[in-house]
Structures are given as C-alpha cells and as structure tokens.
Design a protein. Sequence first.
Length: 471
Amino acid sequence: MAPLADMSDAGTVADAETVIFVDIDGVLNVGVKDQDDAPLLFNDSNREFALGQRGRRQANKHDEDCVQKLMSVATQCPPSHEEGSSYSDLTCAKGSHVSQVLSKSGPSVADAETVIFVDVDGVLNVGVKDQGDAPLLFNDSNREFALSQRGRRLANKHDEDCVQKLVSVAMQRPPSHEEGSSYSGLTCANGSHLSQVLAKRLAQIVQAAGPRKSVVLSSNWRKPQHAHRVRKLEAEVSRHLGSEFAFDARTRPAEERCAADRLRCIGDYVESLCSPTGRFHDGRPLRLLVLEDFFITPLDGWSCGNSTIDSTAAAEAYLLNRAPSSANVAAKLVHTYHEWCTPSGLRVQVGAGLTNLFFKQAIEFISAPVPCKQQQQPEANASKVKTLLPQVAPSMLSEDIVASKAVDLVKANEALKALTVSEALPQLDKTCSQALVSSAAGPSGAMMDARWADYITAAWPWLSMYLPCAA
C-alpha cells in the first residue's frame, strides 16, 4: 500500500536538508566590543586580569573601560539565565579562541525522542458535551437526525437541547475556519467511532515524528472492553501510513472521572520515564506531545495536585514538574476543545478533534529544533518578586531606609567591600532569597529587602547588573 500522498505540509524531520551558516567569533566564543579596535576575547586570562585590576587606576581611560567591560561580562547573566551564574561559564581556555562549552555539539532533532499521548474521543472524533450523560458522538446518523428534527417540538427539554447542540455543531466552523463550511466535514461514518479525516491526521503526526517516537494510548479506550475499538483504530492508522502501526504503550489503568484524573495519569507516565530506572534518566532530550480534550473540559482553573490548570502553559508546566530537574524535557498540549453559544444562549462544548488549527500546532512542535533544557516552573511568590525587585531597587534609599535596619545596612556595606567576586555573588543570592521569603508578608517586605540589596551593592556598581538575575 502506498504511503500518505498529501504530506507536503507535514514532512518528517528526516526529509528536510539543513544548511547551517557558522560564524566563529561571537558564536563559538564570547567577544566584547572595543570601539575602533578588535573585539576583546573573553578568555580565562583576560577575565582573571580584569578581576585582578578591580579598583585600580589604569594608564588611560580606554584601558579602564576595557577592564570595566570585562568585569561586567564576567558577572552578567546570559539571556534567560540558562548558563548558570554568568558568562564566566563560557570563557575560552588560555591559548584558545573557542569555548569548549559553545563548541560542544548539543542535542539535534534526531537525538530527541517524541512521546505522543493520544486521547480518542474528542481528538479522533467530534464529541458534544451532554450534561450528566455521555458525550453525543457527532456521526452521520446523529447529524442527519438532528437536522431533520430542527424546529420540531420534542418530548422534553433535554432532547430539544441535544438536537439544538447537534444542529449548531453541524453549522459551526472550527477554529480558524480551515475545514470548509462546518464540523460536518469531520463526522464519523455510521457504525464507526472514528473520523477518517482525523485518523489520517494522527497518521500524519506519527509519520512527522520520525523513527524516534513512541505513541501512548491515554484514552479510556485503553480499558479491556474497548480492545476491539483499538484494533480498528490501529488498522485505520496503518492504512493511512502504508505500514503497520500499533500503540507502543498505555497509561496506567485508572478510574478517570474528570480532567485532573487524566492529566495526573499522563504525569505519572512522564515521571516513570524520567525516574532513575526510566528510559530518560540520563537527561537525553525528550518531547512530550499531548493530544487531549480532557473530557470536553475547558482549562478554566481546575486543580491537579497543587497546580491550577488555567491554560495550556499551566498544564505543560505540570507535566514538566513531574520530571526531575535534571531531565531534558519539552512539553506541548494540543487541547482539542471548542465552545460557543447558540443564538438562544445555549452553551455548546465540543471535543473538536484534530482540526487544521490543532493539527498544525502538533506538527510545528514535532518539527521544531530540540529546545534547551526546560527548568521546572517557579513558585508563584518567586515569580512575583522577580518582577518586583528590578522595579523597586533603583528607588531612593538613604532618606527612606527604616532606622531599625540602618546599622545592619552599614555593617553589610562594609563587609561586602572586603569580599572577593566569588564570595560576593552568593552573598547577593542570599539577599535576594531573603526578599523572596519576606514577600509572603506583602509588597512592603519585598521592597525593604530590595532596597537593602541595592544599598549593599552600591560599593560595587557592577553588582547591580546581577540583581535582576538573582531572583
């Protein structure tokens, strides 16, 4: 059987050829602009020389500027603070013009493995939420029946609402209006629980992921009583792929009654992958793609453990935090959910399936370069103070400092002058940590500690550049 014929917009990573243009200076080493002269190479010897000249008068203004620039680079955090404390981690060794860190080959697209979590209902078919009952399957027979009953009085309000919802879905355009006229293009055939259009898109996602992938069934279809449905699904995907397909794994058996139960089960699987006995315990790059409608549930602030799930980013952060901090994981949730109100005010919620919009989100994530290691998400207080510190630190100090802290501030200032660079940075880190703790008492506490941090850094002006990075 021939493979997919319409993959022009979703080719695999292996199909593309990449041409990489490489500069050396400023790419594989760190260079500091020196007006009218060649850039200053940020290597170990230049760094140590500059730090050794701290506070000393140089022969001329140009030399003083060079020393000051190199000192500033030595303590500056790179963008996104992913290298550690400063650019000092990226220096070239003496006698070399290439940083070992920067020349080291990072993970390529081919190095990453993609794990795709697949829900079925609301992803490979379109389901309509029916309060208190199982979702209404949007198939050909339900659609035709609803359209035939349009405008007729039915036995009860519930039946009238169901018909009105199905008629609305039949007329409604999916997000971005790329399917054509309405959801009617995504119906399941009579007797089937799968949309052929949506099953084909899953096959395209699987093919685009390349050979380094595993596909995990996270749907209720993983229950033993649905084994026959799973076999039909695997056969349908195989038909579109032109090769044999079967799910590689399933999330653990569980009684899932709500969105949080589903997300927790997926999180358990992620945790097991990255555990000391898991396949990704060694920090190899891992991409998580979750295709899920969460039982036709909006991301409106429901709780999963200690996390509030109010966006796709929040759900992705939950999954990242289920992996250890040493794991190299990226996560993408494609939340196949859509809702609207009819002209009469009836709320319609659907598991929309892999519409073109959602399909493209999945393909873009899989096809993108392997991201840098993602850090676990910070606590709420820390993120607030990280924003607050740079705002309040430059404010007036001497006349506003509380008298009870004045003696401590003077002592801290004098003590800081005697510290070396390596000793000063942890001291400032401690200062900002105190600011994080005091933020629990309100903005006034955070402002006091921010002013204290700014005050003690006055002895060394370059330390103020570290302040926004410390939180």
